[in-house]
Design a binder for this molecule. Structure first.
Ligand SMILES: [Zn+2]
Length: 171
C-alpha cells in the first residue's frame, strides 16, 4: 500500500512579466510517496519515500489569468527564465533562481538515466535509448531513478515559491 502525500503546493503564483508583456505564473509542488518499497537512486543506491519536486508554468496574455488568455503551460520553464519585470514579492534574481531550480529538479524521482552516463544534449528517448551505465550495465529508460533532492534546495524552493501573489489579475 502506498499513498501520495502533497507536503507543499502552490498554484498560479504570479512571478513576473516577459519583454513581450506576457504574464508568467508557476505551479509548484513537493510531494512524497509514503511507501515501504525502496527506490533506486541515480547512483544505484536505494532510498525510501523520496521527495518529488515539480514545477510547471502557465503563461497568460491579456489582463486576466483566465483560460482564453492562456498562451502556454506545462513543464518547460523558458517563459519563467524570460521574465524581465519581477512580480510583487520577487526580485529578478529570485525569479531566475526559481527557473534554474525548476529546470534542474522537476520530477527528480523520474530520471531515465543514471549518474554515470555520458548523455547527449538531445533529450529525446530516441537519441538516448541503448545507452548503458559503464559501471552496472543499467540501460537508459529501464526504470525511474531518483535524484535525491538536497535539503537546502528543498527549503529554498519552498521559500521562493511562497513569495508571490496567488491568483492575481482576476477582476
Ligand atoms: Zn550508473
Amino acid at each position: 500500500m502506498s499513498a501520495l502525500t502533497s507536503i507543499f503546493r502552490v498554484q498560479n503564483v504570479f512571478v513576473g512579466t516577459t519583454a513581450d508583456n506576457l504574464r508568467v505564473h508557476i505551479n509548484a509542488e513537493l510531494r512524497i510517496e509514503d511507501s515501504e518499497r525502496d527506490v533506486e537512486t541515480v547512483e544505484h543506491g536505494h532510498v525510501n519515500s523520496p521527495v518529488t519536486l515539480s514545477m510547471t508554468h502557465s503563461t497568460y496574455k491579456g489582463r486576466k489569468n483566465i483560460e482564453r488568455n492562456l498562451e502556454s503551460s506545462g513543464a518547460g520553464l523558458e517563459d519563467v527564465a524570460r521574465v524581465v519585470t519581477p512580480a510583487p514579492g520577487y526580485t529578478l534574481a529570485e525569479v531566475r533562481e526559481l527557473a534554474r531550480i525548476g529546470t534542474k529538479w522537476h520530477l527528480n524521482t523520474g530520471r531515465a538515466g543514471c549518474a554515470h552516463m555520458d548523455l547527449p544534449k538531445d533529450t529525446s528517448y530516441d537519441a538516448r535509448k541503448g545507452i548503458t551505465c559503464p559501471e552496472t550495465g543499467y540501460k537508459y529508460g529501464a526504470a525511474w531513478l531518483t535524484e535525491e533532492l538536497p535539503s537546502d534546495v528543498y527549503d529554498r524552493f519552498k521559500e521562493l515559491a511562497s513569495k508571490g501573489e496567488i491568483h492575481p489579475h482576476e477582476d
